[in-house]
Design a protein around this ligand. Sequence first.
Ligand code: PEP
Ligand code: MG
Length: 906
Amino acid sequence: MSEKRVYLFGNGKAEGRADMRNLLGGKGANLAEMNLIGVPVPPGFTITTDTCNEYYKVGQAKIVELLSDEVTKAVAHTEELMNCKFGDPKNPLLVSVRSGARASMPGMMDTILNLGLNDEVAEGMVAKTGNPHFVYDSYRRFVQMYGDVVLGMKPENKEDIDPFEAIIEEVKEEQGVVLDKDLSVESLKKLVERFKKAIKEQTGSDFPTDPKEQLWGAICAVFRSWMNERAILYRKMEGIPDEWGTAVSVMAMVFGNMGDTSATGVCFSRDAGNGENLFNGEYLVNAQGEDVVAGIRTPQQITKIGSQRWAERAGIDEAERVAKYPSMEEAMPEIYKQLNELQDKLEHHYHDMQDMEFTVQEGKLWFLQTRNGKRTGTAMVKIAMDLLHEGMIDEKTAVLRCEPQKLDELLHPVFDKKALLQAKVITQGLPASPGAACGQIVFHADDAQEWHADGHKVIMVRIETSPEDLAGMASAEGILTARGGMTSHAAVVARGMGKCCVSGAGSINVDYKTKTVEIDGTVYKEGDYISLNGTTGQVYAGQVPTKAAELSGDFKELMDLCDKYTKLQVRTNADTPHDAQVARAFGAKGIGLTRTEHMFFEDKKIIAMREMILADTVEGREKALAKLLPYQKADFKGILEAMDGCPVNIRLLDPPLHEFVPHDQAGQEVMAKQMGVDVATIKRRVASLAENNPMLGHRGCRLGITFPEITAMQTRAILSAACELKKEGKNPMPEIMVPLIGILYEFKQQKEVIQKTAKEVFAEYGTEIKFEIGTMIEIPRAALTADKIATEAEYFSFGTNDLTQMTFGYSRDDIASFLPVYLENKILKVDPFQVLDQNGVGQLIEMAVEKGRSVRPGLRCGICGEHGGEPSSVKFCAKIGMNYASCSPFRVPIARLAAAQAAIED
Ligand code: PEP
Ligand code: MG
């Protein structure tokens, strides 16, 4: 039995459906669905994503053979519905060939329009339409796109413009016109010839004239584009598996460039930048789709209100706007009415914001695509809450609609309003993707990557961006372009990435050769600072200060909703009162880890710490520790106070002591002076602290066991801080945690020290504090013997940084030397220090939770490694019944959302 590889659609019927996106790609599935719900779509067919995978197994010749029958039938079906014939000069069918993966990857893969044209067909179309300008404009576009996508025509150097654009410039100059649209029929014909000649010169091949050969070339090029650099990178960033493959949709062409009753555009059912419930978009009269998205002509707005806002920003008065840049609502009211009704229908059908492409051919409206629109983090939250309030989705769906990682954008700093008043606006573009960005100017994507790797913050400045610039965009703080509207690829991709972007700043003059940009009469060089406000489209000279974001409005409402459904609580990792406060404002329900060692580095504290390290008797160490005690107590008091009424889990000293001593000559000299000993003594002590594997050496509870006086001092500091707070009427809730336990008796010994010290402190203060003593589970042996350890430990906190290190046997400090190779060769899919390895490390955790609770029912379990703020890891923790996840303050909302989603998905 042969497998079905091709699915037909057209005339209100379709073999596919919206829920077949895995097989037909998002575009193919939605084209089918639009047919089924009565949205006008040109007929055509979709080749499955599985066929793309097959292509990579069997190669081009074999795939053509496998597809041949089905594609021939599908073309005939399209011909029948369109009442014309592929390759027939008298009555030709032209098609578009489009990519479409399961997840939307805007602009990352290739599309070819006007396929089926050759010299004879072009002449035939002229005879049929009486519109030679339209025909030759379509023809030259086809040769250009086909040359680029299928035949691989590229500029020779990165500074050069596209070879076809260079020819267009040449011909425009010869004819003495400025705009593409003013090219005469003769000039367009010249373009076709010169393009073909350039193709022959660069590639050695003739441009194919047989439409069938063109079609196979295009189908296979779309398959190939799945593996182009930018698509691979995009998938990496978005976590899309390579195995998904792209579908190919072949559709009858409809033309937006057939004169003034034709148009093409892109529209969104809501604002993708800020989430406002306002239909919006852009269109161009007498143009083809790529003119709108590529940013070559600055498009007009679809709605009147959008147009008025645009004009206001651009400083254009109402009379000029109406005369020169009317909205579609004003210029084509009938079509606008249909478009508006259909966008509303689609949003109600999909229950989500839609991103749609359409074409008007001589007064008839066609939809070419709809998909759930990419949006910024801000828009994501607003749209989810608005759809909830409008009754279109329920609470659980609203929570599931938001991507945890994208909340990160809402936590980014914004420009300080006061500072903005002082800042100098040097130009204004379109607010393509919101946020504040400040950095040094670079002009090329690879420079952006290099500068970023060297630790610079950069703003990438381009005439227009193309999807090839993706890697540069990812490295930049923000993007500024001279051309391109709100729906240009730059804008769409930047919004998807949550990158600040100002596009279409028409008054800037970019020169790639000299690496300069002239803005408002001033020339800025590579390396100069500028600041962008992606929310208003304003560009500022120099560096404008920013301030922290806060949790309010829709964002707060979403977080409250998360609390309603979540089972897993979220705490924070915080070492200072400030961090504790920030985390609390973001909804942390306590502290899951305070790393006490971070408190030792300030000036006086480090001196006392070093005295302790240098001492070679118990008395000497106790003397030094007595100096440290008041500092520690003050630090703990601050944190307990900031988290008053919430649990604060404080870990005893963990890192190896060599981290606290200087390793350079100058530092050792200073230390010798401070300690009143000679440098040789310092050198000897530093040398004696050196270890071959410090991560597996004298650290964690091993310090407390060899130097119990450290444990005693820290316990005293924690509990006396708590006693003092209690006397001041506060409600401190400390927990004391022993790190790096592998053996029950390690824990027991430390617990005794803690309990003995607690008794003394409580007697001194004449009061008692309820507190718990728990342990970290970060050594595989601790996980394996968790039922023993839980007989003494009152809670577990999984230190997944060390647990990952010791389960994989990868040094957490040295992984950078081989991780890239592992990722490249797919030995590892992700960095296990960022994303919890559920299969391996996860098994140990699950087992330890179970074993621990078998002897201590209800044992509180949490995670405090870096994974505690990573959504998939948080979901795992929720699934296995942990009580809380703890993460850095700025990841608290992300973890809260992931935790709520886990509960809802369960
Ligand atoms: C851990 O190991 O996961 C942990 C939280 O401790 P640290 O990172 O301080 O070793
Ligand atoms: Mg650890």
